[in-house]
Design a protein around this ligand. Structure first.
Ligand code: ADP
Length: 433
């Protein structure tokens, strides 16, 4: 069998392959983007949450101090300087309700005056409820997290405690992470491109083989049909030009014979095509193989008698298994017909059925022509006919291909032993379940 496919099929396969590659790459890009955005978002929130926690930790111990300062300030607004940062440098600011700084903290890496203004501007955010407020602002390109903790006395807002911390480190970490993600994503994309190209090529191998099988099947079928059709045409032409009734009748008989052969060939071809395309459903049920064997043998007995071959069926017990009765019958017909067809004058066929390894062993032994060693590995190939037997008996070379398929679908095994001139033995093992 050649493993060739046509140009259009090649183009089709290439198209499918590229489609697979494109879809896989799109799926990868979407996954990667989703993953990157997700990690980025989670990490950003986590880091922001951590910064807020740190800030709260920093502010909480200062609340009493802030209350004292703010209360004092309220009693005597004029007596304190509005900015007292001389004695201590902290990261905490204390701001009055009207926006004066009672204490300034140390500004993180940026312009102190601008940070002070930023802290004062937090006034617009605090005072509505008693929880701390956080916001992010940028000064001279440095992202800053500003937290403000409102301080109340009897529901009256005295002022607030504020803290500022730089988010530069966090932003840098996120940026680096983003770059690493991008880099890994690009490397992954190239790797996935190469991998999908190779893997999709491999995934298409069965399709390539199926296409090739299909092509060979059509070619072989056409080839097989051509010969009987040519013979039929020849016989009809002969009959047409003939005047003698006897010769005409004989030609018509030959023609009819070819028509019969053609119909059996077409029927086998259609069976095999359905089998190979997977559209043939088997009807599995509990069957008695011994009953099927005996019934097929009985049906073939007249043909055996006509050809002078003796058919011996050993006494057999019930052999129940799960199988398709129609297909099992077909299997026996093929094997028993072959044993008769390829037998010698006054030959014998011996059939037995015995239990073996949780199944049944069907043995069909003939004393016929036998099969040569070089032909033996090919007898289950469709359209294969041994040259030695081809002229001996009519056939299409499809019977054993069908038989092999039936055995395979029943999860069975078949072995053949043969000696040229002595005979052939087919051993078919079929499991009970
Ligand atoms: P067909 O009988 O139509 O040629 P099969 O597929 O049944 O096709 O058999 C394929 C070939 O295997 C036959 O042509 C024949 O050469 C060989 N063969 C099958 N069964 C036997 C047998 N019992 N004895 C000798 N040769 C056999």
């Amino acid at each position: 069998m050649t493993d060739s496919i046509t140009l259009s099929e090649k183009k089709l396969l290439k198209k499918i392959q590229w489609r697979l590659v494109v879809w896989l790459v799109i799926a990868f890009v979407l996954f990667e983007a989703g993953f990157a955005v997700g990690t980025f978002y989670v990490l950003k929130n986590q880091l922001a949450y951590q910064s807020r926690q740190n800030m709260e930790q920093l502010m909480l111990p200062r609340i009493h101090e802030a209350i004292d300062l703010l209360q004092f300030e309220h009693r005597d607004r004029q007596s304190l300087p509005n900015n007292d940062s001389s004695h201590e440098l902290t990261a905490v600011w204390i701001v009055t309700d009207d926006g004066r700084l009672l204490r300034t903290g140390s500004a993180p890496l940026v312009n102190g005056a601008a940070v002070n203004q930023l802290v004062i501007n937090q006034r617009t955010m605090v005072g509505r409820d008693k929880y701390p407020h956080f916001s992010i602002a940028t000064i001279s390109g440095v992202p800053l997290l500003v937290g403000a903790f409102p301080i109340f006395k009897k529901s009256h807002l005295l002022g607030y405690l504020a803290s500022v911390s730089s988010l530069a480190e966090m932003t840098r970490t996120l940026h680096e992470l983003y770059l690493i993600d991008l880099y890994l994503g690009l490397v992954g994309l190239v790797a996935i491109l190469i991998m999908t190209r190779v893997l999709s090529g491999r995934a298409l191998i069965p399709i390539r083989k199926a296409l090739s099988r299909q092509r060979n099947f059509v070619n072989d079928a056409a080839h097989e049909l051509r010969t009987p059709l040519a013979i039929l045409r020849g016989t009809l032409e002969l009959a047409q030009g003939e005047e003698e009734l006897l010769v005409i009748q004989e030609s018509l008989r030959d023609g009819l014979h070819e028509v019969d052969y053609l119909s059996s060939l077409v029927s086998n071809l259609s069976t095999l095509a359905r089998m190979e395309s997977g559209t043939m459903e088997l009807d599995f049920q509990s069957v008695d193989l011994s009953e099927i064997t005996q019934s097929v043998a009985q049906a073939l007995l007249p043909m055996y008698e006509t050809s002078g071959i003796t058919l011996v069926v050993e006494r057999m017990d019930q052999a129940v298994l799960r199988g398709d009765p129609v297909r099992l019958r077909q299997l026996l017909l093929i094997l028993l017909e072959n044993a008769m067809k390829y037998n010698l004058d006054n030959g014998q066929v011996h059939v037995s059925l015995k239990p073996a390894r949780q199944g049944w062993l069907l043995t069909i032994e003939d004393t016929g022509l036998g099969i040569s060693e070089e032909d033996l590995p090919h007898i289950f190939d469709r359209f294969f006919r041994s040259i030695k037997t081809a002229s001996y008996q009519e056939g299409s070379g499809l019977g054993l291909a069908i038989a092999a398929w039936i055995i395979d679908r029943h999860k069975g095994r078949v072995t053949v032993h043969s000696k040229v001139g002595l005979g052939t033995t087919f051993n078919v093992w079929l499991p009970q379940h």
